[in-house]
Write a new protein. Structure first.
Length: 383
């Protein structure tokens, strides 16, 4: 009897640690995948601290892979998939992360480790101790994970791999090429882009050359406005300039104010002015403030009376020529419904996982019912 109680406690603790450890991995991977640009910027901070820059394409591949691995490992821990190998793989991740976060806590090269993106900011020491506790939980699972059954049977676990991979990849692609499906930053849709009183934060906009404050001139608190934001003006493709100029002509025809807010060195900005032949007014802002507002290079923000109606990368606006007669005269139609896309992705993914769990348990339920029926008939005959 004592052995049975001990075994039940081990099983219960195994399930608890599966959900806790798996949930942390899921949350970490998901919130970073939601905003891959933010994760890229954080990786850049780390690489700058290490003095080890990497090409953008390689960083992007690393970010996509990191988010996907964290999310999938978390799902498998929570579902009990690959009960032997999954805790081993998770611990290998922690073998890298624990020393890294200890170094970050001691040296403090970045203010926030970025483990949970912009969704949840932890101090560097809190991150280190979180990783120690997480590692302890994984060591337990390494020893006792086989005590509890898997929710998805081994025959269908490869389908869980595919479903989880496709789900997180879709989230990453939308976040990278459009905008984050959930905005954890200071300027979500519906918020004001400029301060209306001393208690609110707002983006600071300056003259390109003399540094004079230009907030009142740049941002219109009464009308509709398109704000093109370029955090790295030197990295904008020359092909982009035609689309921006086309958008400006559309804005002129439809009585919508349009400005550009850029960041870069004086030389880079002058080169951009010559290259783009921009007729719309250009202003200067810190690149960190631009990145806080919108992702992409360039990004576009549509305002109504100073409040954000939508945000998008320029390339994601599905219009090649804004002067085409078939293009809408309402800029509100240029953006997609990210919230609906996220709801649909999550619903489809959860349906697939629930279905895999259901078909995994069907044989077990059938076996239990058969045994129950046989026992019942045996009891009747004995009676």
């Amino acid at each position: 009897m004592e052995k049975e109680v001990k075994n039940q406690i081990l099983v219960a603790l195994t399930w608890l640690l599966r959900f806790c450890c798996g949930g942390l991995f899921i949350f970490s991977g998901f919130v970073k995948a939601i905003d891959p640009w933010g994760t890229l910027f954080k990786i850049e901070e780390y690489l700058y601290a290490f003095g080890f820059p990497l090409p953008f394409s390689l960083m992007r591949l690393g970010v996509f892979g990191l988010c996907a691995v964290e999310f999938i490992v978390g799902c498998f821990l929570a579902l009990g998939c690959f009960r032997k190998s999954c805790p081993v793989f998770a611990l290998l991740i922690m073998v890298f992360m624990v020393p890294l976060t200890l170094w970050v806590a001691i040296e403090n090269p970045v203010a926030d480790c970025g483990c949970f993106g912009d969704a949840w900011h932890l101090s560097n020491w809190a991150t280190f101790w979180k990783n120690i506790i997480l590692s302890a939980g994984l060591i337990y699972l390494l020893r006792f994970n086989l005590k509890a059954i898997c929710l998805v049977s081994p025959a269908f676990q490869w389908l869980a791999v595919v479903a989880s991979g496709l789900f997180i990849l879709a989230i990453e692609m939308i976040g990278f090429f459009y905008q984050p499906l959930i905005d954890f930053r200071s300027y979500p849709v519906g918020s004001s882009l400029f301060a209306t009183d001393e208690s609110e934060s707002g983006i600071d906009v300056f003259d390109l050359y003399d540094g004079e404050d230009k907030n009142s001139e740049a941002l219109d608190p009464e009308g509709k406005e398109l704000v093109v934001m370029i955090p790295k003006v030197a990295m904008v493709s020359p092909a982009t300039t035609w689309k921006l100029n086309s958008l400006y002509e559309w804005s002129q025809e439809n009585n919508v104010k349009m400005i550009g807010i850029v960041s870069g060195s004086q030389e880079e900005i002058e080169q951009w002015e010559d290259l783009s032949m921009a007729e719309y007014p250009l202003f200067l802002a810190d690149d960190s403030e631009i990145k806080e507002v919108v992702r992409g290079n360039p990004g576009v923000v549509y305002l109504d009376k100073g409040h954000i109606l939508w945000k998008s990368t320029l390339s994601a606006i599905d219009v090649d020529d804004f002067l085409d007669p078939n293009v809408s005269d309402d800029a509100a139609t240029f953006a997609d419904d990210n919230a609906r896309f996220l709801r649909n992705c999550v619903a489809i993914y959860l349906i697939v996982i629930v279905f895999l769990i259901f078909i995994s348990f069907t044989p077990r339920l059938a076996h239990l019912l058969t045994r129950s029926g046989l026992a019942s008939r045996s009891g009747v005959r004995h009676h």
